[in-house]
Design a protein around this ligand. Structure first.
Ligand code: ATP
Length: 245
């Protein structure tokens, strides 16, 4: 399997504090990876560095082993196929579920043109496929405002997928979800692996267990340990800085 994303000895300070400290991390193409760690461990800053929102002071960030992501801004990383889902859902509340997906389909069209444009059969099929994937097929004509918090998160994942990203960065998707929604979200993200590379930052350990994937533990901007959830959970340092709290 080839390395899709590589962070190589990355550091970044804010006012003299090393938020990211010699961080090295390799994620394979098609891999699903969970990143856990205490508050302030540097998880958000790591995502910011991958997407070009924040520049590292030193170290390399490589995409497909050839593209230097430290030279690319957020718009550039989106064009390369890096999609990011922030914690808070940002759907178009007054538009229907279906319109939200239609607006996100990869196309050089303005919002108005998309709303008044007649869908091609291929577009309609793609919208249906995405709605089925995120289990919102039955809600396609409802305004997004009517959805539950969990359903809005799924809709936003669907909107991200509409742009066909190679890598999805997902920030705490399970926060605020019911147990059933949490498990369904884990299932959804697992189903995306293989076709997409997925990195999920999460605090909910039941959710991380359900992801059933390799786990990276961040602490003070550095990788503390990596492996299966059982492996990292048995690490005394992980218990000390994170799980034991
Ligand atoms: N733009 C910034 N300016 C100053 N300090 C920052 C900035 N961004 C992050 N930090 C600091 O860097 C450290 C790492 O923060 P970061 O948000 O990346 O951690 P995190 O693991 O995402 O935490 P949480 O789980 O609370 O979201 C923190 O001490 C934070 O205060």
């Amino acid at each position: 399997m080839s390395v899709h994303l590589l962070l190589d000895g990355v550091s970044r300070s804010f006012d003299g504090y090393k938020a990211i400290n010699d961080l090295s991390l390799a994620v394979d193409k098609g891999e699903l990876r969970a990143v856990i760690g205490p508050n302030g461990a540097g998880k958000t800053t790591m995502m910011d560095i991958i997407t070009g929102k924040t520049r590292p002071d030193s170290g390399g960030v490589w995409w497909n082993q050839t593209v230097d992501l430290t030279r690319i801004d957020e718009a550039g990383s989106a064009r390369l196929g890096i999609g990011r889902k922030f914690q808070k859902p940002t759907v178009f509340e007054t538009h229907s579920v279906e319109e939200n997906i239609a607006l996100s389909l990869k196309a050089e069209r303005s919002v108005l043109a998309t709303l008044f444009h007649r869908q091609t059969a291929a577009e309609a099929a793609r919208i249906t496929e995405l709605l089925e994937l995120v289990r919102l097929e039955g809600d396609r004509h409802r305004p997004a405002a009517d959805l539950s918090h969990g359903q809005k998160q799924w809709l936003e994942i669907g909107m991200l997928l509409a742009q066909d990203p190679e890598l999805l960065l997902v920030d705490e998707p399970a926060a605020g979800m019911t147990d059933a929604e949490t498990m369904r979200t884990a299932e959804l993200l697992r189903s995306l692996a293989g076709k997409h590379t997925v990195i999920v930052v999460e605090h909910d350990m039941d959710f991380v267990r359900a992801l059933d994937c390799r786990v990276t533990v961040l602490h003070q901007g550095h990788v503390l340990t990596e492996g299966s959830l059982d492996h990292v959970s048995a690490n005394p340092e992980v218990i000390e800085v994170y799980l034991g709290r």
